[in-house]
Write a new protein. Structure first.
Length: 382
C-alpha cells in the first residue's frame, strides 16, 4: 500500500497552488463576489494553464490529468473560492466528460477544443422547479419533429447558464419511463426559444444561477449525446467522479477555514495571551486539522479507485458526504474562532460560509447518499 502522491502529482499541486496565489488573491475574489462579476479574466488564465482541458484528451486540445490530480486541483480551487469552482467544474465534470466519453467524434472535434481553450463553457441542466434529488421526475421533454428535436420545459438552478455557450440538457424523450426515458442533449445557449432568468443573489454571487425556459427549442437530431433514451447512463457514469470532486472541494474549503482561523488565533490576544493558547480554541483548530486530513485521504482513495477502473461508487459517496460536511463544519468552527470578525467580508469566512453549503446537497444530497451507502451495506457489496 502506497499513500504517497507521485512526483508529478506533487509538482502539479504546487503549480496549481502557486497559480491561484498569483492570479486569484482573496481581495480580487471578494471584489468579484461583491460586485457579482463573472471571473472572466481568471477563467481565461485557468484555461491557459490547462485546467479547462483537464478531462479532455490531448488530441482534442486538452491537458488530461489523472483522477487524484483532479482532486488536488479541485481542492486548490475550492480553497480560494467556490465562484471559480462554479465557473469551471460543471463544464469539465459533466459537459466535456460526457462528450469525451459518450459523444460522437464530430461532437468531440467541434466542442472539446473550444472548451479546452476557455472560449466556451457548458452549463448543466438537470434540476427543474419540481425536480431535485429525483431525476426520474424530469418533465422537460424533447420530441422528434421534422428531422429535429423540439424541446419544451423549464430548468432551475443552472449555474453560470448565461455565461455558457452550451447547455447540457437532460430531457424526457420517452414518457412514462422514469429515469430510463431521458436523453442528454447539447443546446447552444443562443438557440431561439431559450430564455434565462437570473435567480436572485445566491451563495456564489459572481457565478449566478438561472431559471431557463425552453419554448419550442429546435436542435438537430445529432445534438443527442450518447444513446437516445440512455441519458441516465451518462449521469451514472459521471456522477461518482463529480462526487469525489465535491468531497475534494469540501477539503479545500475546510483547509481555507483552518488557515484563516489558525492565523487569526495566533495573532488575536485576549486576557494577555494569543487566543490559540486557550484550550477551547486549540481543540477546535485540532479537530479541524484531524477531519481535513481524514477527508483528504478518503477523497484520494476514491479517486485512486476510479483511476484504477475499480468499483468506487460506495467510496465516492463516503468521500462526498464526509468531505462536504468537514468543509461546512470547519467553516462553522472557524467562525467561532473569529467570533465577531467572522462576519466581516474581508476575513473571507463569511463568503466561504455562503459558498460551501452547496457541497452538502449538490451531486446528490447527503441524505440520499447516506441511503445509497446503507443500500450497498445491505446488499453486501461494501
Ligand atoms: C447554488 C446552487 C447551484 C446549483 N447548480 C446546479 C446546476 O448547475 N445544475 C443543476 O441541474 N442543478 C443545480 N443545482 C441544484 C442542486 O443540484 C439541487 O439543489 C440538489 O439536487 C437538491 O435538490 P433540491 O434542492 O430540489 O432538494 P430536494 O430534492 O427537494 O430535497 C429536499 C430534502 O429532501 C431530502 N430527500 C429527497 N429525496 C430523498 C431520499 N430519497 N432519501 C432521503 N432524503 C431525501 C433531501 O436530502 C433534502 O434534505 C444547484 C443548486 C444550488 C443551490
Amino acid at each position: 500500500m502506497d499513500f504517497a502522491l507521485s512526483d508529478d502529482q506533487v509538482a502539479y499541486q504546487k503549480d496549481v497552488r502557486a497559480f491561484f496565489e498569483r492570479e486569484a488573491p482573496a481581495e480580487v475574489l471578494a471584489e468579484l463576489d461583491d460586485s457579482e462579476t463573472f471571473p472572466h479574466e481568471i477563467y481565461a488564465k485557468m484555461a491557459a494553464f490547462g485546467m479547462t482541458g483537464a478531462t479532455i484528451s490531448a488530441e482534442h486540445g486538452g491537458k488530461p490529468i489523472d483522477q487524484v490530480s483532479l482532486c488536488l486541483m479541485a481542492e486548490e480551487i475550492a480553497r480560494v473560492g467556490n465562484n471559480l469552482c462554479g465557473a469551471m467544474i460543471p463544464t469539465i465534470m459533466f459537459g466535456t466528460s460526457a462528450i469525451q466519453e459518450f459523444g460522437t467524434e464530430e461532437q468531440r472535434a467541434q466542442i472539446l477544443p473550444e472548451v479546452a481553450s476557455g472560449r466556451a463553457r457548458i452549463a448543466m441542466c438537470l434540476s427543474e422547479p419540481g425536480v431535485g434529488a429525483d431525476l426520474g421526475g424530469i418533465e422537460s421533454n424533447a420530441v422528434r419533429t421534422g428531422g429535429d428535436w423540439v424541446i419544451n420545459g423549464q430548468k432551475f438552478y443552472v449555474t453560470g447558464a448565461a455565461e455558457a455557450r452550451y447547455l447540457f440538457v437532460l430531457a424526457r424523450t420517452e414518457p412514462g419511463k422514469g429515469a430510463r426515458g431521458l436523453s442528454a442533449l447539447l443546446v447552444p445557449t443562443d438557440t431561439p426559444g431559450v430564455s434565462m432568468q437570473r435567480i436572485k443573489k445566491s451563495m456564489s454571487r459572481a457565478v449566478p444561477i438561472y431559471q431557463i425556459d425552453f419554448q419550442d427549442v429546435r436542435v438537430p437530431l445529432a445534438a443527442v449525446i450518447g444513446e437516445e433514451g440512455k441519458g441516465h447512463r451518462i449521469i451514472y457514469g459521471l456522477i461518482d467522479g463529480e462526487r469525489i470532486i465535491l468531497g475534494a472541494k469540501g477539503v479545500g474549503v475546510g483547509q481555507a477555514a483552518l488557515d484563516i482561523a489558525l492565523a487569526y488565533s495566533l495573532e488575536r490576544k485576549q486576557f494577555g495571551q494569543p487566543i490559540l493558547d486557550f484550550q477551547a480554541v486549540s481543540q477546535m483548530i485540532g479537530d479541524m486539522a484531524i477531519e481535513i486530513e481524514v477527508a483528504r485521504t478518503m477523497t484520494h482513495k476514491a479517486a485512486w479507485l476510479r483511476g484504477e477502473g475499480a468499483p468506487h461508487s460506495h467510496e465516492a459517496a463516503i468521500a462526498k458526504v464526509f468531505g462536504s460536511e468537514v468543509g461546512t463544519k470547519c467553516v462553522a468552527r472557524g467562525m467561532r474562532v473569529l467570533a465577531g470578525r467572522s462576519l466581516f467580508s474581508d476575513y473571507g469566512l463569511e463568503r466561504l460560509n455562503r459558498e460551501s453549503r452547496i457541497y452538502e446537497f449538490g451531486g446528490g444530497t447527503n441524505e440520499v447518499l447516506r441511503e445509497l451507502i446503507v443500500r450497498s451495506l445491505r446488499a453486501g457489496v461494501a
